[in-house]
Design a protein. Structure first.
Lengths: 279, 745
């Protein structure tokens, strides 16, 4: 009888400890953690909880997280780091931009990062200076850039962007004047321009990325024949992927020596090599 | 004035001029360092473990000399075991190179050894123990040779930046000798710890069942980019540190900082990335390169990189993140003051994508097929198929979770982007070409060159004054950081006369790379894979100059060579036994590169179940080591009972009651990793057997089976509790159904 009553008396205590039983040597701190809504609450608490080691409860209104942790093995900073990696800025850590952007739209709270813009400011200044210097329109350079834009869209396996870039490229092809070219380049231009126009048009109208890529292969061959005669002073790289086109291989022109394959995009991004350096 | 005084005055003048000339050159400056090597106990993970500290610290102290100094390093070995120190990437006399039994005898316990060499180069190097596994447990440190300020190659804006040495390393709570033994016994415990077992259940969940079957059909174990699981990643000996100031100066917004990074890890490659922007690479392996801006780079085991980063802000610090290639662990160092801006961690590897890629590249005979892609210089990384941040395939439900296209823009460094700041062409003359194929066998953890380990080859003869060109092809399934002692080589990477100088070349599977160097330093120089466990398995060669003066530190060359060869001849033991309700099953094996001695036992609890011991001694043949002929001895005793098979499948009588016979036979690994065994006994009985153990059903569950022409069979399942203990249920045709505990070492 006695034992039974003691157990009954103790029961509430068991119940009480059960709530906190997971974390031993528990200590609790309260830290500021940014966020918006109940969805944020779920993410923050999931990131800030590891059974037996630490638990986090986040208050939506006060934007405060109370972190209970095992004081013998856990540093509360570790918990804040995990919360930041899930996308939420807090007292000790700022989330990586990528993690923040990956949050659902309703969760993208207003960030107030301290003075992180220094590098960007410098960059914008640089570009304005450059723009001021080169007011004269260089049709050939614009043509090359427009081609590169199509390539980059294909690298990203972005069919819509590729079509849009091809429309731009078509305009740039129209803009090229043969009297701005050397005699040799002009000859090649006149030989290739029809082919270039038709392939570019095909890319801009194609619905699937596969069709665009097969046209781009042919466009690149014509484009290469023209570009080698230019001698613009800008280094270009003629690159080749042996696996594209069902193993027949395909080429493209790039401004960088590193390979970013437009025929496979993300699947085999680095497949290929530079076969010719054009100066 | 008489002649004597004039002469005296002239002499004085001459002395004065000479003094002025030589003072800035530090020509005679001897810099002495004392290093005290001692055992210590560390706690990186909450467990106290043995490590080795030098001058009481891990990593070993940063050693800084200026070009032109003479380094004099007194090593006091206070331990009960021998040690040595190798000066990685340094040009020095052979007897100072620090490879025990090759360039010197080991530094005996409780003795002192002095290394003394003139510093004739500049750059970031490092130093480490070359004895056993000591490098894994603390014996690594930075070694920096500063440029003199009047050096013609001194680069303003780079060489005068505030700088900080960083040595990267990893920590395992297991004794590294045990790690080595486990690797040789094809343990999947490390994969288990990384959650990368790649079992059938996981394959089905990832819709890659066919990939897994194809993988096993081609006789491959689950693939990974690294062999060992580590418990912590250390940046200058800590998992997480903040650098607020360098010297006495606080870091300010806009300031550039040079990091001198060396990878002192025993077997880990590290990805380097910086939350504060791009990383500018300015030197590699202690040699200047033209600055090149990248988003990230991988630093191979034992490489060094000098990089410049910019501090973006006065009120925030930015994370420089160091992640192992397998992405299971990372270490952080924050630059600047204030709240910490984190870097986006690298997502987990997509293992089954990697497995699929490996299947495509693997031919049925175990060789690799590069599909005509002529890979070289890390330019084409096949592992990219496993990198979610590039491929954008995220296992999450929400397809828009990451903007993969944006991430595809990440610029990763490769060797073709390195360009020396000075011409590096070799002196005119004949070029001798050597070809090596890097070979290996993951299943048995044998790593070799041209399928031969160090002890199976002679030294490679080199003539002083000749140019050597080495063409390396990696035909193995792992990448290898190949390191040459005592020389820098130029890597032919399309930069012509400005090919970069290196002393470590990371070469990925199926790549072919060409390196060349001018042989100008007499001695016996080690050329080896710098992954500690590959080196200890014998992946290396020794370049030996002809007609060299004998090394005074090697008094007995024959003895020294035997000791040197002992490393890769070492036998590795394993024991596994099962205590079950129907008897005790088990096996014990000792194996090395080629030889195997193993014994299996099945002991029942009564005469009817019987007792049986089979012992085999064999040699593995061929590159893939699928074939092993052996001789054996078999003893059994049994009172026939429940499962009587007096005759085998071939109608031969098999007296099981008491039998003690010799045998010859062979093992052959079939597709699906099934071991076929054919054995003929001296009483004329022939037995054929098929068996497979450790079929990965799920992360913790393994299945096994055996069937033979004596009409015996066994089916089993075990559930892994921890590294040592499993629960096992099996049915054996001799002993019936049993439940028990299996214990393995």
């Amino acid at each position: 009888m006695k034992i039974k009553s003691i157990i009954i008396m103790l029961l509430p205590f068991f119940g009480f400890t059960a709530c906190h039983s997971q974390v031993k040597h528990a200590k609790t701190v309260v830290k500021k953690v940014n966020g918006n809504c109940d969805m944020c609450k779920k993410t923050i608490e999931e990131a800030g909880t590891s059974s037996k080691q630490y638990q986090t409860v986040w208050d939506v209104d006060k934007k405060l997280a109370s972190i209970t942790y095992d004081s013998t093995s856990v540093n509360p900073d570790l918990v804040l780091k995990k919360i930041a990696l899930s996308g939420y800025d807090n007292e000790s850590y700022l989330a990586p931009d990528q993690a923040y952007k990956a949050l659902p739209e309703c969760c993208q709270y207003k960030r107030n990062k301290p003075g992180a813009v220094l590098v960007k400011e410098e960059n914008t200044q640089d570009t304005t200076v450059k723009k001021a210097e080169s007011l004269k329109v260089d049709h050939v350079a614009e043509l090359i850039d427009a081609y590169i834009a199509v390539k980059d869209a294909l690298v990203k396996t972005d069919s819509k962007a590729a079509a849009a870039a091809a429309t731009q490229l078509l305009m740039k092809i129209e803009a090229v004047k043969t009297d701005e070219l050397s005699e040799k380049a002009a000859t090649v231009w006149l030989n290739q321009v029809k082919e270039m126009k038709s392939k570019t048009k095909a890319i801009s109208e194609a619905k699937s990325i596969e069709t665009q890529r097969s046209h781009f292969d042919e466009l690149s061959v014509s484009f290469h024949d023209f570009v080698v005669e230019l001698h613009t002073g800008v280094t270009l790289y003629y690159q080749h992927c042996p696996m594209a086109n069902d193993g027949q291989g395909a080429n493209w022109i790039s401004k960088e020596n590193t390979v970013k394959n437009p025929y496979y995009g993300n699947v085999m991004l680095n497949c290929g090599k530079t076969v010719e350096t054009i100066k | 004035m008489d002649i004597e005084t004039i002469f005296f005055k002239k002499l004085l003048l001459l002395i004065a001029v000479l003094t002025i000339l030589f003072q800035p050159l530090h020509a005679q400056k001897v810099v002495r360092v004392d290093l005290y090597v001692n055992d210590t106990i560390v706690d990186f993970t909450g467990k106290q473990k043995r490590a080795i500290a030098v001058n009481g610290q891990i990593p070993m102290p940063d050693l800084v000399f200026t070009q032109g100094d003479t380094a004099e390093i007194h090593v006091h070995n206070l331990m009960d075991e021998a040690t040595s120190l190798h000066w990685h990437g340094v040009f020095l006399p052979i007897k100072e190179d620090g490879v025990p039994y090759l360039t010197q005898m080991p530094i005996a316990p409780h003795s002192t050894h002095v290394y003394r060499f003139p510093v004739i180069q500049n750059g970031t190097h490092w130093y480490h123990s070359h004895s056993g596994m000591q490098e894994q447990i603390g014996m690594y440190g930075n070694l920096i040779f500063l440029k003199k300020t009047d050096d013609p190659t001194f680069r303003k804006g780079i060489d005068d930046l505030p700088e900080i040495p960083i040595v990267l390393s990893e920590w395992t709570d297991y004794n590294p000798d045990n790690v080595h033994r486990m690797l040789h016994n094809a343990t999947d415990w490390f994969a288990f710890k990384k959650n990368a077992v790649q079992s059938y259940r996981e394959a089905i969940q990832a819709k890659h069942f066919g990939t897994k079957v194809n993988n096993e059909w081609k006789r491959m174990l689950a693939m990974d980019v690294s062999d060992v699981y580590y418990d912590a990643i250390l940046v200058n000996g800590q998992t997480d540190t903040q650098v607020r100031r360098i010297g006495m100066q606080d870091l300010k917004a806009g300031q550039k900082v040079r990091l001198r990074i060396s990878n002192g890890g025993a077997s880990s490659y590290f990805w380097l990335q910086y939350a504060g922007g791009k990383i500018t690479v300015v030197a590699n392996d202690g040699n200047d390169v033209e600055p090149v801006e990248v988003d990230r780079l991988i630093i191979a085991v034992s490489e060094t990189y000098d990089v410049v980063i910019t501090i973006p802000s006065d009120s925030m610090s930015h994370e420089f993140l160091v992640t192992t290639e397998d992405r299971t662990r990372s270490g952080s160092i924050y630059f600047g003051k204030g709240i910490k801006q984190l870097s986006q961690p690298l997502p987990r590897l997509a293992y089954f994508e990697g497995m699929k890629m490996m299947n495509d590249m693997m031919k049925m005979n175990g060789r690799l097929d590069d599909m005509g892609m002529n890979m070289s210089l890390n330019q084409m990384d096949m592992n990219v198929v496993m990198y979610n941040e590039i491929t954008g395939k995220v296992a999450d439900d929400d397809p828009n979770r990451y903007n993969a296209n944006k991430l595809g823009d990440i610029v990763t460094l490769n060797y073709a982007m390195l360009r020396s700041t000075v011409p590096t062409e070799l002196p005119k003359g004949e070029v001798k070409t050597l070809r090596f194929e890097l070979t290996g066998n993951m299943n048995r953890y044998v790593w070799s060159i041209d399928n031969k380990v160090v002890s199976e080859t002679d030294y490679i003869k080199v003539q002083k004054g000749e140019n050597l060109r080495i063409i390396l092809y990696n035909g193995s399934m792992m990448r290898h950081p190949m390191h040459l002692h005592g020389h820098d080589f130029r890597v032919l990477n399309g930069q012509g006369n400005y090919a970069p100088l290196k002393n470590v070349l990371d070469i990925m599977p199926m790549e072919t790379d060409t390196i060349e160097f001018y042989a100008n330093a007499e001695g016996d120089w080690f050329f080896h894979c710098h992954i500690l466990y590959h080196m200890m398995s014998g992946m290396g060669r020794i370049f030996s100059y002809e007609n060299q003066t004998p090394n005074p530190l090697i008094k007995n060359p024959d003895y020294a060579r035997r000791k040197l060869y002992a490393d890769d001849r070492c036998f590795h033991a394993m024991v596994m036994t099962d205590f079950a309700t129907n008897g005790i099953d088990g096996e014990a094996m000792v194996q090395n590169t080629r030889w195997s001695l193993g014994s299996e036992w099945r002991l029942g609890f009564n005469d009817m179940h019987g007792y049986e011991v089979e012992t085999h001694f064999g040699r593995y043949i061929g590159r893939m080591q699928w074939f092993m002929p052996f001789v054996g001895f078999d003893w059994r005793y049994r009172k026939m009972g429940m499962d009587e098979h007096e005759k085998n499948l071939f109608g031969q009588t098999n007296t099981k009651d008491i039998r003690s016979v010799f045998s010859i036979g062979f093992n052959y690994t079939l597709p699906m990793m099934i071991r076929f065994q054919a054995e003929a006994f001296n009483d004329g009985v022939v037995r054929l057997q098929l068996m497979r153990e450790d079929i990965p059903v799920s992360k913790r569950m393994r299945a096994s089976f055996m069937v033979n022409t004596d009409l015996e069979y066994m089916l089993g399942l075990h559930y892994i509790i921890n590294r040592i203990v499993s629960l096992r249920a099996h049915y054996d045709s001799d002993m019936g159904f049993g439940l028990g505990v299996s214990v393995g070492y």
